[in-house]
Design a protein around this ligand. Structure first.
Ligand code: SF4
Length: 309
């Protein structure tokens, strides 16, 4: 029986006190524990930013990669060794700024792994500049003037890009986040989880108090759970184009809700063949053994060369 300490490391954590990142890492570790996934069966990848330190704190295989490049690297790892549970993490600046192209094309591929976006609206590691998700006109305390360009919507982008599991949760609701992460990991295909994350050091707009609705005329939590409203984003028949379009349309409409009421939960989910499934159709040898078990050093390429001659 694995225990919570199994997934913890001794690495000193230097995130700011009160950072929402603590909740996300706890939720990831709690999910691995709940699923009883052995550390050597899990690989956690990160981009650059405060969230990039995540693999340092989780006892599993880990790779702190390059700015905006976490998704292609996680894709490569998953394709090389499909027995791994792959979790990719990164901030909104990393994933939707320099990494935006990879974000879109990862959705198109439907590789079976989970991408967790630490979404705080700022570039925390570099002193709080506006990140891609900060709405136009918003000015956080580290900005001299309000954001001059429109923010992007991660849920809208994920649905439009083709992710087959699209969900949102909140870093300070670890129980809900754990449920969503487990659902994402168990989903066969590309799972995207937008995590609303508080950055108490630089984002003084979207604070814990703001999410709790302390500023509203009648105090009421801004976040509400889609599943408690009867919303159902799960496609029951992926071969039914009308149903797929309807569920995607509903998810897009929900993704635009932001302000006094903000939905969390599963926006869209559909089970279709993964990239790995399709690759194995093209390369039958992958059905016998994955890339990681193949002898790439002593491979006879003569038939390939003869084919090209
Ligand atoms: Fe967290 Fe913000 Fe501090 Fe980074 S700068 S560790 S996101 S509170």
């Amino acid at each position: 029986m694995l225990e919570m300490r199994t997934y913890k490391t001794q690495v000193h954590n230097d995130w700011c006190p009160g950072c929402g990142d603590f909740g996300i890492v706890n939720a990831i570790q709690m999910t691995l524990l709940e699923m009883q996934l052995e550390p050597h069966r899990v690989a956690v990848f990160s981009g650059i930013g405060c969230s990039g330190k995540t693999p340092h704190f989780i006892n599993a295989y880990g790779f702190h990669t390059l700015h905006g490049r976490v998704l292609p690297i996680a894709t490569g790892a998953r394709l090389a060794n499909p027995s791994l549970t792959v979790v990719a993490v990164g901030g909104d600046g990393d994933g939707l700024g320099i990494g935006a192209g990879h974000f879109v094309h990862t959705g198109r591929r439907n590789v079976d792994f989970t991408y967790v976006l630490y979404n705080n609206g700022v570039y925390g590691l570099t002193k709080g500049q506006a990140s891609p998700t900060l709405p136009k006109g918003i000015k956080t305390k580290s900005m001299p003037l309000p954001a001059i360009v429109e923010g992007v919507n991660p849920i809208t982008m994920a649905v439009a890009s083709g992710y087959t599991f699209v969900a949102r949760s909140y870093a300070l609701d670890v129980r809900h986040l754990k449920q969503i992460l487990r659902a994402g990991i168990e989903h066969r295909g590309s799972a995207f989880v937008d995590v609303l994350q508080t950055c108490p050091t630089y984002n003084d707009i979207n604070t814990k108090e703001w999410y709790s609705g302390d500023d509203l005329p009648v105090k009421q939590a801004r976040l509400y759970k889609l599943e408690e409203t009867g919303y159902n984003g799960i496609v029951s028949d992926p071969s039914n184009g009308a149903e797929v379009n309807e569920k995607k349309g509903n998810a897009l409409l929900k993704s635009f809700e932001w302000g006094d009421k903000i939905p969390v939960g599963v926006f869209f989910k559909m089970e279709v063949p993964t990239f790995e499934d399709q690759l194995a159709q093209r390369m039958p040898i992958l059905k016998e053994k994955p890339f990681v078990e193949q002898d790439i050093y002593n491979r006879d390429v003569t038939p390939l060369l003869e084919e090209l001659a």
